[in-house]
Ligand binder design. Structure first.
Ligand SMILES: [Zn+2]
Length: 450
């Protein structure tokens, strides 16, 4: 079956999302590897690629499923180095893709153990089976491969013609052997394929389990971390709490100290204040007393002075009065003497003094009374009429202008004319000088009083 491995060409098929994305002839991929041609669509990604060898009948003979890492510019990263040709040469057998079992290297079947993680497993699910997709693509020759010398079609079994002399039974036996052989081979291939399939599934499961384990570990680590953080928090909080309680106690004691201090200070201040107040009061009293005494003394002095002054004044007044009295008597004497001296000769010569006084008419003055009359005519006439000077003067006012002198309710004189009383002795104050109205009011008042 390996007989038709004549000229083979290399190619790289790139997968994306389980489907063929790009197909590159080997020189093209070399250009990518050498950094001449970037693959922008894979920038910053890890792509799934397959290195294939294809024979002249457009059948795949070798597959290496490897990863390629691209940098952000779409170039293959510098550290990337998967020896896929070496892996292909050392690969074990895989499924038959039309030219007998292929040489296959993948994650589950890796000839170089430490390269395992650089390889991936083909998808074996129906409909998106990686082998089927590749087989179709290669058969269509979308790569445009050109083989220098096309191999002639396999001749098939040319041994048929030479068996003419063999017995039919031998032929039959040979055919049966051949058939059995073919069946065994096919069975072996199927088994191998299935084993590969199982291996890939197992690998995937293992990967998944590993992932789950990792996830689990991570989660446990996270929880432990969280737990530790929490316990640290708790211990820190407890610590804080203790510190705060200590602080609180300290502050309380300090506060108590302060309170005592201020209490003490307050007490002493109160004492101080009380004594100060007492002192001030005493001083104030003293000052007040001093001031009072001073004022009293001063006043007393002044009073004494006044009294002395008053005494002198009284003395002076008495002296003056005495002098006045003396002078008056002297004056009267002089007047009398004078009058007498003048009047006596006049009287002797038959001359008399006649005066006219209201209410009395003409009256003769004796010579001795002339001086008295001259000194106060009204008083003299009143005496003559047998009335008081006051009474006479009231009548005189009434006689000059007879009107009501009673006061109205608004405090003004009434002023209503009344009948003139001709004789002063007939005049009665409060009656003769009242109008009818005021007289009646007065009489009713006097009646009421009576
Ligand atoms: Zn009147």
């Amino acid at each position: 079956m390996d007989s038709n491995s004549g000229t083979e060409l290399e190619a790289v098929i790139v997968f994306a999302d389980g489907r063929i994305d790009r197909q590159l002839q080997y020189p093209e991929f070399e250009a990518v590897m050498d950094g001449f041609v970037p693959m922008q669509e894979f920038a910053g990604c890890r792509a799934q690629a397959v290195y294939v060898r294809i024979n002249a009948h457009l059948r795949i003979t070798t597959c290496v499923f490897f990863y390629v890492d691209f940098d952000p510019k779409g170039l293959i990263v510098k550290r990337w180095n998967v020896p896929f040709q070496q892996l292909a040469n050392a690969a074990s057998r895989g499924p038959d893709l039309g030219a007998g079992p292929i040489a296959l290297a993948c994650y589950s079947q890796c000839p170089i153990a430490w390269q395992k993680n650089n390889l991936w497993d083909p998808i074996m699910e129906p409909g998106r089976n990686s082998f089927v997709l590749m087989k179709k693509a290669v058969a269509n020759n979308t790569l445009g491969l050109i083989f220098p010398e096309p191999d002639p079609e396999p001749e098939g079994l040319n041994t048929g013609g030479m068996a003419t002399e063999l017995a039919a039974s031998e032929l039959k036996a040979a055919l049966e052997r051949e058939y059995a052989q073919a069946m065994r081979t096919r069975l072996a291939h199927t088994l191998k394929e299935q084993r590969l399939h199982i291996n890939t599934v197992r690998s995937r499961m293992n990967l998944k389990i590993d992932e789950l384990k990792r996830d689990h570990q991570e989660r446990i680590a996270e929880y432990q971390q969280a737990l530790e953080t929490q316990s640290q928090n708790i211990s820190r909080l407890e610590n804080d709490n203790t510190q705060l309680q200590q602080q609180l106690a300290m502050q309380e004691s300090r506060l108590n100290g302060l309170r005592e201090y201020y209490q003490h200070k307050l007490n002493s201040a109160q004492l101080d204040e009380a004594s100060q107040v007492r002192e001030l009061e005493a001083e104030f009293d003293k000052r007040l007393e001093t001031a009072l005494n001073e004022a009293r003394e001063e006043l007393q002095e002044r009073l004494d002075m006044r009294e002395i002054e008053l005494y002198y004044r009284q003395q002076q007044e008495a002296a003056v009065r005495e002098e006045l009295e003396l002078l008056r008597t002297e004056h009267e004497n002089l007047l009398e003497q004078g009058a007498t001296q003048i009047m006596t000769p006049l009287q002797k010569a038959g001359i008399s003094f006649v005066v006219f006084a209201p209410g009395v008419g003409q009256t003769t003055l004796p010579a001795a009374s002339v001086a008295e009359y001259v000194a106060n005519p009204e008083a003299y006439i009143a005496k003559l009429c047998g009335l008081t000077e006051h009474h006479y003067r009231l009548w005189l006012d009434h006689s000059k202008s007879p009107y009501c002198t009673a006061n109205n309710s608004d405090g003004e004189e009434c002023g209503v004319g009344v009948t003139r009383v001709p004789q002063p002795s007939d005049f009665h104050d409060g009656e003769s000088n009242r109008c009818a109205e005021h007289r009646s009011i007065k009489s009713t008042l006097s009646l009421q009083r009576g």
